[in-house]
Design a protein around this ligand. Sequence first.
Ligand code: HDE
Length: 701
Amino acid sequence: MATKKRPATSIEKANPSNQEQERRGSADELHQLAGGDHATLTTDQGAPISDDQNSLRATPRGPTLLEDFILREKITHFDHERIPERIVHARGTGAHGYFQLTESLSDYTTAKLLVEVGEQTPVFTRFSTVAGGAGSVDTPRDVRGFAVKFYTKDGNWDLVGNNIPVFFIQDAIKFPDLIHAVKMEPDRGFPQAATAHDTFWDFISLTPEAMHMVMWAMSDRTIPRSLRMIEGFGIHSFRLVNAEGKATFAKFHWRPKLGLQSTVWDEAVKLAGADPDFHRRDLFEAIQSGNYPEWEFAVQLFTEEAAATFPFDHLDATKLIPEELVPLQVIGRMVLDRWPDNFFAETEQVAYCPANIVPGIDFSNDPLLQGRLFSYLDTQLSRLGGPNFHQLPINAPKCPFANHQRDGHMQTQVPKGRVAYDPSSLEPNSPRENPALGFRSHATAAEDGTKGRVRAEAFADHYSQARLFYRSQTTFEQTHIASSLVFELSKVETRHVRHAVVGHLRHIDDVLAQRVAAGLGIQALPAAPPLAIDVKDMALSPALQIIGRMKATLRGRVVGILVDEGSDIAIIQKLRKGIEQAGATVKLVAPKLGVTLSDGKPLTADGQLAGTPSIVFDAVAIVLTEESAKQLTGKAEAVQFVSDAFGHLKAIAADQGGQRLLKAARVNQDAGVFEIGDIKGFLQAAMTRQWAREPKVRNLA
Ligand code: HDE
């Protein structure tokens, strides 16, 4: 494409020296190489730029001149490109989409987005890890943030949740301690994005209220396969308020259409090296290819009277309400269908705040929530630099908004008129409150009592729900919890901290405590800490499992096929058809990117073997000629490809050549390894992991 000739600037016209001509010529060549019909480059003030390749110099080999406003402007802006990262949830990725209501909650709330069936409310959703910095990896063992901004007709509602329905602490005043304990240790600056270190477990061992969340954090929930395969929870109880002013408590849930899926720990660790952006890339690729991730939106609704009968206090954020006690009602869905145009402008600058609610929704007295209502606006003031961040396109409501807030850093609006106050009579159109439509706090009766720094007695039971969660898991998941506790505590150098944690486990499940103690080589079980209240055995809740509830589907998954020169195209095509019909994606991996299959046609593989380990796939097939297989049995990356797939409990299908590679990788045939002809069997097994294989390939607690 021809390059548009830039108009000569006044500087060029005034100074058409030979050297200038020479240089301009080379810049033009550069642009011709790049092609395209470009707009004219300008300064921030709109002045056209003639030369963006060379700074202004006194002589060709002399000093650079301070006068060069173009250089100074460009570098100054660059110097200030970074803003403070979020103190927690720094690493994240987000997408645009919509929420659509399927069941009206008009009996319970006036919030339009929960009343108007079929209406689509735009959303921006950001997923995050908690502990790591913005440049950390996607797959550490960590809670995932699940924050949704609904741009409703009555203003923005932010549901700032996590992928776990409970939290570590009961009172916001403990949050800075929790985060200081989990972040890298201040004297050494590591570990990054990890709970497996002394300060975290020291804090935990002295915080019994954290035990329930610790069970979740040590479970497979914190090593998800994909952000498209996690649940989301608002955690706290909120209130819905109807037209009569009647309030009903609500807990909010997101349930992924693709079902829940996790990695295995060894895989998560290796993924961190193989693809630090694994989750971000997965979300990007899904949305760009039109496979839009989707979640059901569900509520648990209950009255104050019902809450009084629960064997726990629902205002305590370390407690969940089992689905078996208050069932989930699915009332809508969220679809993420548009990747942001710009990561910084949207995903980085989006500012969530649990205090952003709309008429018809209100807070509860959960002391953790109450503290959060302060924190988020406050943190944005330093992160985004001033009080006008709500004007940034990603944060601005999509409904009209008007008030008398004025001025401040980076005011982008130009308010007109004399009136910036209320009441006023000078301008009849200036904004005023609206008692009929405006937000009203629910009139809650305040309990009599004495002011004090107290914890409600109803918050005293720290172990019953930890036990409920642990005992509700499948045996595989219980083993994973025990094994991750052993892993984490084996990284703790301080003996008394390791012992104290095992002591707490005794209140949760004595066998769990024994397994962890054995894994750590602790001979005699440490004493359990004193109990404020007896641990209760609650009715088990299978809804808390992942493995037991896995959806029999291949949708959203990726199957890798290892091929090489001469691999049988007919087999590959058959596999591809079966996999794609099942809703999954196929990626071909070859030792060299350019490869010629049995049909003699050259093909570009999706990944080169050395850079595309089987870790990034949900299942693998191996289609190789005897000749290639012979060669690959001597190559570490090929052998690892199969041994990792086997070790990570994946289904494997192999032709004759593939079988040869399996043998070299010392892979024992089991029910998850298939002849290449058995596509049906292979795909069926690929929907889950081969859990029965696990104890044979790994030392578990
Ligand atoms: Fe947050 N949290 N948090 N948090 N949180 C932040 O706000 C805070 C808590 C959650 O994608 C910060 O904008 C306090 C629970 C998510 O941008 C900060 C307390 C839950 C995100 C903050 C909590 C969350 C944050 C840091 C204890 C699950 C990322 C940057 C009272 C329900 C949102 C920012 C995004 C971010 C404070 C506890 C979820 C400092 C004080 C419980 C998903 O304001």
